[in-house]
Ligand binder design. Structure first.
Ligand code: AMP
Ligand code: MG
Length: 418
């Protein structure tokens, strides 16, 4: 279970900047996930809990990059064709039994071990064969068409680091150094609730004034995408006593509790009081748009995040704050998502001193530069804007006026949501 110091999110200021919020998370939240050894084939998407060190060179032996003939470079004429007797054969998985002799060539295939002696491989397309003799055109370089032992990975080097989330190529890399099992973090147990009397479960009929709960599904998917084990605890009514009872139950069995909705300052917003009764809350009004109301706190000693209610704000605050928080708790390396420079094709005014994210799609300008188009409707409740966009444009705190044609930072969804 998570352990937080009592004042893990304590902060004096009122409107917190994104960087300050991230610095607090970094300073106060520690890795809590224990690790387990899993079969390599089940490690995809998990966070590595050990450094993987190559016990031997990869490839372990020099081998041919092509189908052809292994030769001694010094046997070749630089000006005219060279005729060499073919004296051996080395196929992948079937190395040649005897060392090669000077003045001869060994038939060799891609991936086959280079026999002792030769230092160069001629591609078969550049050779002619007459009986048992291969005729080699001049012009090849010493060492051509070879893969050296250890050219991929050197024995003793760290190929994957603790904290990395294992992608397909990482799983393959672990196999390439001979690992059949790896140590990974145990999934964080995260509990999620939605709050709001207007919310209904998808699949049920809608009565007047009600809407379907989408946030719990979005947040559940985001958490699972980060490798969490998610307990979906349903919809809570706008009643403090019920919210409190549910949170108090959830905090006993989970590492992290998330809610959405009910964290603004309206009289129907009861999440803050409920959390304060069970732990501490520092009702973060963040200097961001969308998503200003985000409650960050703790229930007993486990972290609590009260996400906003508006579906776009939920995603933006999740990606900005919850993603690094969860990765940290799982012992993952937290790297800010990469921002790509793109050209904005629209003007935009914004308030100073807050960070703003706009939903955008990309096309290509005539000169090949990626061109960002803002989604026409700004509302924080318009979830279809996220569905139809490629990512977020991030506008820094000090910017107030964006002119069409200026370069902006683009965060593709694919960078943040694997
Ligand atoms: P709140 O912060 O609770 O005042 O909610 C802000 C807006 O988000 C309101 O329009 C809510 O109806 C909407 N909202 C809150 N929770 C959800 C949810 N789980 N799914 C969809 N919309 C929601
Ligand atoms: Mg509400």
């Amino acid at each position: 279970m998570a352990q937080l110091s009592d004042d893990c999110f304590a902060h004096g200021g009122k409107l917190l900047r994104t960087d300050e919020a991230l610095a607090l998370i970094e300073a106060r939240v520690t890795a809590v996930a224990e690790s387990q050894e899993v079969p390599l084939a089940e490690s995809f998407g998990r966070i590595l809990a050990e450094d993987l060190v190559a016990p031997a060179n990869v490839p372990p032996h020099a081998n041919s990059a092509v189908d052809g003939y292994a030769v001694f470079f010094d046997d070749l004429s630089a000006e005219e064709e060279t005729r060499l007797q073919i004296t051996g054969r080395s196929a992948a998985g079937h190395p040649s039994a005897q060392p090669a002799r000077r003045g001869s060539a060994v038939r060799i295939f891609t991936g086959a071990m280079l026999p002792d002696g030769p230092d160069t491989v001629m591609m078969q397309e550049d050779c002619r064969v007459e009986g048992g003799t291969v005729i080699i055109a001049p012009g090849i370089k010493r060492g051509a068409n070879l893969r050296q032992a250890g050219e991929d990975i050197r024995a003793g080097s760290v190929v994957l680091r603790r904290g990395q989330r294992l992608r397909a190529q990482d799983v393959g890399q672990a196999a390439a150094i001979g690992r059949s099992q790896v140590w990974v973090s145990i999934p964080l147990k995260a509990a999620i609730f939605s709050t709001g009397d207007e919310l209904r479960e998808p699949g049920k009929p809608l009565d007047p004034g009600s809407i379907y709960d989408s946030n719990r599904y979005t947040v559940g998917a985001l958490l699972r995408g980060l490798g969490c084990q998610v307990a979906d605890l349903g919809i809570l009514p706008d009643r403090e006593s019920e919210v409190r009872a549910a949170l108090s139950e959830a905090m006993r069995e989970h590492d992290l509790v998330l809610t959405s909705g009910g964290v603004s300052v309206g009289e129907e917003d009861h999440v803050k009081q409920a959390v304060e009764a069970l732990g501490r809350i520092h009702a973060w009004r963040l200097a961001i748009k969308p998503g200003r109301p985000v409650a960050l706190g703790q229930l007993g000693r486990i972290p609590f995040v009260g996400l906003p209610g508006n579906p776009v704000a939920v995603m933006v605050t999740f990606l900005t704050l919850v993603r690094p928080l969860v990765l940290r708790m799982m012992g993952g390396t937290v790297e800010p998502p990469r921002r790509f420079p793109v050209r904005a094709d629209f003007p935009h005014r914004k308030k100073k001193d807050r960070r703003e994210w706009l939903r955008a799609t990309l096309t290509e300008a005539a000169d090949g530069t990626p061109l960002a188009h803002k989604f026409p409707r700004d509302g924080a409740g318009i979830l279809s804007s996220m569905v139809e966009s490629d990512g977020l444009i991030e506008l820094p705190e000090d910017l107030t006026q964006l002119e069409p044609g200026s370069m902006v930072a683009f965060l593709p969804f694919s960078e943040m949501m694997p």
